[in-house]
Design a protein. Structure first.
Length: 99
């Protein structure tokens, strides 16, 4: 991973804004896949997929460590994101099963 060397505060902030835009796009893309996954599941327990959540958290924590980033920060962000996406997936699951 390469980070641009900035020479001014404004330039650094501009780069952060670009990164934030990409992060939001990637979260939206992830959420779109979550909605698709809901159609492959047959029960709410499958939607909740606690084993999968544990695997994801473990994987992203390891990735954070390898990138010299706080694994606790990534853990907290992912827990919050996954909790919200599971709610979205449950709603999608219920909608799909009502047809």
């Amino acid at each position: 991973m390469q980070t641009k060397e900035c020479t001014t505060l404004d330039e650094a902030r501009s780069e952060i804004d670009k990164v934030d835009e990409e992060i939001v796009k990637l979260i939206a893309k992830r959420n779109d896949y979550i909605k698709q996954i809901a159609h492959f599941k047959t029960t709410i327990d499958e939607v909740k997929a606690e084993d999968r959540i544990s695997d994801v958290i473990s994987r992203v924590r390891e990735q954070a460590i390898s990138l010299n980033l706080s694994p606790n920060l990534i853990n907290d962000l992912y827990i919050r994101m996954i909790d919200s996406m599971v709610e979205s997936e449950i709603a999608e699951f219920n909608n799909a099963k009502s047809f």
